[in-house]
Each structure stands twice: as C-alpha cells, then as structure tokens.
Design a protein around this ligand. Sequence first.
Ligand code: P6P
Length: 339
Amino acid sequence: MNKSNKTLGEFIIENQNDFKYSSGELSRIFNSIRLAAKVVSYKVNKAGLVDIVGAVGEKNIQGEDQQKLDVYANETFIQTLINREIVCGIASEENDDFITVGGVDNDHNNKYIVLIDPLDGSSNIDVNVSVGTIFSVYRRITPNGTPVTLEDFLQPGINQVAAGYVIYGTSTMLVYTTGHGVNGFTLNPAIGTFYLSHPNMKFPIDGTIYSVNEGNYVHFPQGVKNYIKYCQLEEEDRPYTSRYIGSLVSDIHRNMIKGGIYLYPTSFKASKGKLRLLYECNPMAFIVEQAGGKASDGFSRVMEILPTALHERTPFFCGSYNMVEKVEEFMHKAKWSKY
Ligand code: P6P
C-alpha cells in the first residue's frame, strides 16, 4: 500500500472532476465534513476525561454544559453544513424530521442533500470502543429554488453521488467514495490534517470473518441460522472467526481490510432489522460496492430498495462478495424449503 503525504484537501482538489456537474459544491461539502470530523474526533477522544470535561448534563470545568456526544456530534455536523450554505436539506438519525436549508437569501438554490448518522454506536463510548459517523450525499430531485421535500430524501441508494464514514478508533479515519473507488485518510491529530493512508481500498472477494450478534440467534430467519452453522463447520477454510464489535463502521472497516461479512438480520426484537436504510445501510453499501464487495437485504441489492420513510430499517448483509452471495443462497434455499 503506497502511503503518500497527500492531504484530503489536495485529494479533493485533484479529483474535482469526479464530482460531475458540481460547481465546487460537493468539494465544499467534503471540506465541511472534514472540519466537523476533526472537531468531533477531538471531543470523542476527550470523552474519558469526565472529571475534567464534566459528565453529561453537568457543567465542565469551563462552566459549559456537557452534552451527550451523539447530540454534540449531530449539532456539529449539521451546523457546519448549514453555516457554509452548500446544501438544501439535511436528515439525521438524531432528528425526527429533515431540515430545510434555505441558502443565501433563502433562495433554496443549492442542489445537494446530506443524510447522516452523526455518532453510530455511541453506546460504546462509555466502554472506550470505537464509534463512527456515516454520511450520504444525493442531488435533490425536486425543482431548485423551492424548499426540499421528503421526496428528495426518499431516493434509492443507487442515486447517491457520494458516501463516507469517519471511524473514531485508535486513529481517526475518513473513508469515502464519489463513485470512483474508495479512499481512506488518517488524521494526524498533532496538526489536524487528514493524510491519504489507504488509497484505492478493495474489499477482499472472500473472507473468514463473520460479524453478527449471535445473542439473537434463536430469532434469526432459518437461512441465517443455516449460514452461521455453515461458518462453524470444520470443512475447507472453516470454521470462520467470529468478530463483532457492535459498532457498524468498525466491523465493516475491519472486514474491508481483512475480508469478512457483517450481518444484521431481522430478529424478534427487530422485525425489519435494526439498521436504518437511508443513513446507515445505503452509504455503507455504496462504499462496499465501490470497493468490490456486496450489500444485500438477504435477497436483493440494498441500494435498489425504494424507501418509503426517513427512518425505515432493513435487514443488512454486507461485505466480501462471495460471502454475501453465500448468505443469499442460504436465504433462498430456506425460503423455498419445507422446513
Ligand atoms: P446490537 C449501534 O447501535 C448499531 O447501530 C451498529 O453500529 C451496530 O453494528 C449495531 O447497532 C449493534 O446492535 O443489537 O448487536 O447491539
């Protein structure tokens, strides 16, 4: 892997023409996300210092109200995007409804919308496990010059113009795609600059890691149960290794580097699955497909689902192409079998 000292900013400028029909707006969206990621990274990495920064709901030593980190992350990403007047709408896991952004003179002439999960896996913060931000960018489909509508947000994942995630782990990384491959940038916190550390990331076509919460096993669909048993058989390259962090971005990021599959099926507690289609599954699916992997709801391509609600959920099987294809095989067999 050739490391380079190319910064994210230089990379965005160099690849400006990847952003078709964009008059620099998409670059400005990435610059805005880059800034917000640095701010959130700093706060997430301080989270353990409660005595110094103050517990949630209390004042910190500067007398500032300490916010829950997911609220803080949400406000940081949203405000950074609004302040730059570069988008016409924002939807967030943390907000029931989407946000209309007027732009200069409230002319609603910006053409992009952003959907975001500002701090996915935030329950892991208290146990010092990595968490992430996930974002997805679309072009609006309703006429420019008018406020965005729900229709602009309920687009299938294949319409995404860009998607990415930030992983706040042992180091902070920003990984994104604009439909021209996947590139990863690592933050040097000492100078606050993201450097290209993982150029042209490729998802291994096969793998030996499966990531699922096996505590829900008894409620999984039969096809998933059969696949998990397949992973555990002593045959060929199996048994596979089970690795589950409980943080979507971290599990998929590890599997993209090592090969593997992430599964979040339907279960007793989650009849449609737990993960959100618009701001978790579709952006992760775009990135994984661009790296050569596959993302399915168990039967078909996640990015072709036609959304009907902002916060709708979907079962999610994502990772090494051959492994996801194998799960679909088990799901189809179980669907048509008598047992
Ligand atoms: P469970 C975090 O809450 C999250 O949305 C994903 O990041 C993670 O993969 C999943 O849920 C974990 O869910 O039910 O296994 O705790």
